[in-house]
Design a protein around this ligand. Structure first.
Ligand SMILES: O=c1ccn([C@@H]2O[C@H](COP(=O)(O)O)[C@@H](O)[C@H]2O)c(=O)[nH]1
Length: 276
């Protein structure tokens, strides 16, 4: 999916919501445990209930890898179930020496070998250019580089100054030497609020994947105030607050209600910014 196509989806759906599929056996409604693959059934019902309200789905691979062979199968089947006009993100946070990164890229992008071909994968930039570049060799695929994360520990490294600039600023600048805003996005946590103004000074045109709305308490309005650009430029992720909104037989309806609340807020924000 190109950047323009993503913006068109945002305008069509009046939403820049990404639903996070962080699905685990101990959290999904207990009545689903009778299914042969409870998590897949859960994901399918969540997708059916929210697909007209969001423009992206983000399974975090940790929630699948922990179940071994069955978990990988669930990830593959979940990817297959995501409608192909909806942007898919493998939140895997990979990155290693070049030849190893190349294998990670095959894992998430090469359907012939792995049976999945996500639109994008999250990548940790700590190991530098050769750890990121192998992900950029696939046509029409995106790399989403961790820049300023939503967790409290972000300050340990990302806010440290090197040569007069913070590490996350260096990441934002240096990564732009590897790819354009047509192939690269950045992760910036919703809990960082006003820092979006600093991010936009360095990356005015990039899409930002923004986790942290919902369970982590990030403020959607503040993120949009500083982070919105002329093509929206934001994919706001919410995982637990949507998918675990209900725990009974009506869990998918409850998830829809939560997604709808965010979609309505987003519609208002897009309208006010004259992006619709
Ligand atoms: O900085 C980051 C990077 C990634 N995440 C991931 O996003 C979701 C958030 O889940 P919620 O339930 O909405 O809190 C989860 O998969 C994280 O691993 C992040 O939160 N912050």
């Amino acid at each position: 999916m190109t950047k323009q196509q993503l913006f068109e989806q945002i305008q069509k759906k009046r939403s820049f919501l990404c639903v996070g599929l962080d699905s685990s056996l101990d959290k999904i409604p207990q009545h689903l445990l009778k299914y042969e693959n409870p998590i897949l059934e859960f994901n399918k019902q969540i997708i059916d209930a929210t697909k007209d309200l969001c423009v992206a789905y983000k399974p975090n691979t940790a929630f699948y890898e922990c179940y071994g062979k069955k978990g990988w199968e669930t990830l593959i089947e979940t990817w297959k179930y995501i409608p192909k006009d909806i942007f898919s993100i493998a939140d895997a946070k990979r990155g290693d020496i070049g030849n190893t990164s190349a294998m990670y890229a095959e894992t998430f992008f090469n359907e012939e070998s792995s049976e999945m071909s996500f639109d994008s994968v999250t990548v940790a930039p700590y190991m530098g250019s050769d750890s990121v570049k192998p992900f950029l060799t696939f046509d029409n695929k995106w790399v989403i580089v961790l820049a300023l994360t939503s967790n409290p520990g972000h300050a340990d490294f990302q806010l440290q100054e090197i040569g007069g600039e913070k590490l996350f600023e260096k990441v934002l600048k240096t990564a732009q030497e590897w790819a354009t805003d047509e192939q690269m996005m950045y992760v910036v946590g919703a809990t960082r609020g006003a820092a979006f103004a600093d991010v936009r000074k360095l990356a005015p045109n990039h899409f930002l994947l923004v986790p942290g709305v919902g369970a982590q308490g990030g403020d959607l309005n503040e993120v949009c105030k500083y982070g919105l650009n002329s093509q929206c430029g934001l994919l706001i992720n919410s995982s637990r607050a949507i998918i675990y909104a209900g725990s009974g037989e009506d869990f998918a309806e409850k998830a829809r209600e939560e997604a709808l609340k965010l979609q309505k807020q987003m519609e208002g924000i897009l309208a006010e910014a004259r992006l619709l």
